[in-house]
Design a protein around this ligand. Sequence first.
Ligand code: ADP
Ligand code: MG
Length: 574
Amino acid sequence: MKILSINGPIIKADNDGSIRMREMVKVGDLGLIGEVIELQQEHAVIQVYEDTTGVKVNEKVDALKYPLSVTLGPGLLGGIFDGIGRPLKKFSENGFIERGLYPFPLDEDKRYDFITDMKKGDAVSEGMHLGHIIEMSLKHYIMVPPGVTGIIGDIFPGKRKVEDIFCTIELDHGEPLEIRGFHKWPVRKKRPVNERLSMNEPFFTGQRVLDFLFPIPRGGVAAVPGGFGAGKTVLQHSIAKWSNADIIIYVGCGERGNEIAQILEEFPTLKDPRSGRSLMERTIIIANTSNMPVTARESSIYTGITMAEYYRDMGYNVTILADSTSRWAEALRELSSRLEEIPAEEGYPAYLASRLAEYYERAGSFKTLSGKTGSITAIGAVSPQGADFSEPVTQHTKRFVRSFWALDKSLASAKHFPAVSWKISYSEYGEEVVDWWKLNANVDWDSMRTTLAETLQDADKLENIIKIVGFESLPDREKLTVLSSNLIKKGFLQQNSYDPVDSFCLPEKQVKIAQALIYFHSRSAEMMNEGDSFNKINKSEAIDKIQRLKFIPFPSAEFDSTLDEINTELEGKQ
Ligand code: ADP
Ligand code: MG
C-alpha cells in the first residue's frame, strides 16, 4: 500500500485489500506506528501515533495484522509508558522515543522465579492462575489466556525471563499453546470477567472531604471537574499517593510534562503508609503530555485501563487516574475535525458520549475468570474552559460517573484546599460504604455525615443575611451555626497536601475529628440553652484544639490527650 495524502496525524493510503479495520500499520519509510480507523473500498484512513513531519506521499504502508495492543507482563509496575505502551525509560520534557521504534516494553533480561504447584496433565481453564512470580514484592500471576481450556503439557518452575516459555497447554485441537511471561492485548477490547459484583468496600483516598462527605467504593467512578488552578492535579496526586489501592495507574493525558516529572521525582522517595514500600513500586505512569502527539493521547486512556484490567484479573484493587479527560476529548475533537466528520456540540464528535461511557464502564468490582475479586476504581479530572460545567465533556461525564467532586475556584482562591465544593459535589455511593463504617469503625457514618453537611448548609443559608445585617446582628443560635461550620471547614474539610501529617488522614482519625466537631456543636447548643452566651462559647479553648487535631499524628498519645482536653473543656462548662 502507498500513502495517498497526509493531514497531520491522519493519512490516507490506497486499499489493496490486505488490511482490516482497527489493524495496526507501519507508515512511511520511517515505519511510524498507525491504526486503521476507516476502511473504504478505494482507500484506508489511518491515524498515526507519531509525528508525521517529513513523511511523503507514495511512501509505503505495511499491515501488521494485529490491532493496537499493549504488552502485559511483569515489569510494568514502576514503569513509565507512552500512550501506546512504549517504554519511556528516561522521561524528560522532550523525551520521545525515536520515531518508528517499538522497543519491547518489559525488562527482557530480568530473571524471575516462577513458583507453581501445577504439573503436567493438570486440567486448566481460562483465567486460571498457573503460578506466580514476584514483581516489586507483589504476586504477579501467570494466567491462562481468555478462551483457553486444555491440559498442561509442560510447566517450567524456576528462573525464567519474561520472553521464556513458562508452560505449554495442550488444546483439544491444534498445536499446544505456549504461555510466556507476557502477552499482548488489544487496548480497545475489555478483558473478560466472570461477573460484575456489587461494591461494598470503601475506596479510601485519605482526603477527609472525599472519604467522609462524598465517598466512593472500590470499583466506583468519580469525576474531578475544576477550572485551571482549582487543584485537580494536586488532588489526583494525593489520591495516587495515599489511597488504599493495591496498584495505581496514572494517565497524564495532555497536561504539562513537569507534573509527570514531579511524580517520578517524588514517588520513589515516599512510602505507602500501609505497606511501607516505595510508592513507585505500586505505580504505573502513562505519559502523554501536551507536547506529545494527540493521537497517542486518544489511545492513552485505553492503554491505561487495559493495564488496570490485567492486574484486576490477578485479584488486585487497581485505581486509574486520568488527568485530564478534557485534554483527551480535545484530542478526539482534533482527530474528528481532520477526518471532516460532522461535529456535534462545541465541535466534539457525536461519539464523545459513547467513548466516555465505554471507558468508565470498564471500571467496577468484578469476579475474575479465576474466581477472585478484583476492582478498578476510575477517577477522571475534567478541565472545562472557564470552569463552565455546562460544557459537553463535563455534562457527558456526569452521566457515567456516580460521584462528582467539583472543585470550586473561589475556594481555591481563598486557599481552601482541597477546593471540593460541598454545595455541588455529590456521591451516590452512600449505600455501598455505610456498612463498612458500622462494622469497622462502629459508627453511624450516615448520620454523622448528614450532621456535618447540614451544619454547612445552614451556615451557607445565613451567608446572605450576614452580608446585609452583619454577623453581630445574628441571634446567638445562628452565630453558633456559623462558628461550627467554620470549624468544620478549617478543622475537617481543609487538608494541606504539603503538610507532612495532614496530607493523608486515616478513616479512624476522620471519625475522631468528626465526632469532636459534632460534639462541640451539640454541647455548645446545650450550654446556650442552659444560659451561656455565644461570646462565652466562642472563647472556649476547645475551638483551637479541635482545629489542631488534624495536624497531630494518629494514633498517638498526643492525639488522645488532646481529645480528652477537648471533652473536659466542653463538659466543664456545665
Ligand atoms: P489544576 O490541576 O486544577 O490546574 P493544580 O492541582 O495544579 O490545579 O493546583 C494549583 C495550585 O493550588 C497548586 O500548585 C497548589 O499551590 C495549590 N493546591 C491545590 N491543591 C492543594 C492542596 N490540597 N493543598 C495545598 N495546596 C493546594
Ligand atoms: Mg492540572
